[in-house]
Design a protein around this ligand. Structure first.
Ligand SMILES: Nc1ncnc2c1ncn2[C@@H]1O[C@H](COP(=O)(O)OP(=O)(O)OP(=O)(O)O)[C@@H](O)[C@H]1O
Ligand SMILES: [Mg+2]
Length: 252
């Protein structure tokens, strides 16, 4: 196994991949697992306008980065530039919950604003990361944020896929795009929702530093149907698999 990225001063873990493959679920489990070591302060970043991570973690931020830009708009009459005095505004978006600090991109409503809010997200991650022991980012589905260099440097790029051909194709595209758009120490393929007999070949993970196989899990489905404390997610067999993988990478 390649150097597991542990040389980086603090883990910055980015979950990305095709839509619906499990990025948010696995981000939420990882955040809970990192919290399990009570001495660490975690920055959780919901970079997906759909704000699924907020929902899964049961956190309701009072304001998102997009709200900050909208407020700036009303002051300046435009959002082409992100003002240099946004430190306070960024801190206003942080919602504390135990040893997790949560920040969300939000749902851009104004047309043409997506670049500006993603630029602000990039600045916020750069600024805030230094104050935390670990950062977990749940990216928007697909390649857009990777392509647009929203995430400049991460220690661990976790490309999530389900066993489908499309999912694996998107994972490969992200891997090759990321080589020129993200400085990452370690890039792993997370094969999620595997069922017995799925017959995934080792070639699927060609080019990645390692891969992790996570089973289809009825506990996650139960959580989906009935909701509940996010801690419940860590008691699933999917989480058990992630525990051992993140342990191998010395992340927990
Ligand atoms: N290992 C698993 N076993 C069973 N169900 C799973 C597993 N992982 C994820 N799911 C379910 O798959 C669905 C999609 O998961 P999730 O929302 O985490 O994906 P996503 O990649 O974040 O999606 P999106 O691109 O829409 O943000 C959810 O209903 C989730 O509960
Ligand atoms: Mg999601």
């Amino acid at each position: 196994m390649k150097n597991s990225g542990e040389s980086a001063s603090r883990p910055v873990i980015l979950f990305c991949g095709k839509g619906g493959v499990g990025k948010t679920t696995l981000s939420a489990i990882t955040i809970q697992l990192l919290c399990g070591r009570g001495d660490r302060r975690i920055l959780a970043v919901d970079a997906d306008p759909a704000m699924g991570l907020a929902l899964t973690l049961g956190i309701t931020p009072e304001c998102s980065l997009d709200d900050v830009l909208s407020d700036e708009d009303s002051l300046r009459g435009g959002r082409d530039e992100v003002s240099a005095s946004l430190d306070y505004e960024i801190s206003r978006c942080i919602k504390e919950s135990g040893n997790v600090s949560f920040i969300a991109l939000g749902r851009p409503e104004a047309q043409g604003c997506f670049c500006a809010v993603n630029h602000l997200l990039k600045k916020a991650i750069e600024k805030l990361s230094l104050a935390f022991d670990a950062v977990v980012i749940d990216a928007e589905a697909g390649v857009e944020q990777i392509n647009r260099r929203v995430f400049d440097a991460v220690s661990h790029l976790f490309v999530v896929t389900d066993p489908t051909k499309k999912g694996v194709m998107v994972a490969d595209t992200i891997l090759s795009l990321s080589r020129r758009t993200i400085r990452s120490d370690y890039c792993a393929l997370i094969l999620n929702r595997l069922k017995a007999g799925d017959g995934i070949s080792l070639d699927t993970a060609a080019g990645f530093d390692s891969w992790c196989r996570i089973p289809e899990d009825s506990g996650i489905r139960f959580f989906d149907l009935h909701g509940g404390e996010p801690l419940l997610l860590t008691r699933t067999s999917a989480a058990a698999r992630l525990v051992s993988y993140l342990g191998d990478l010395k992340l927990i």
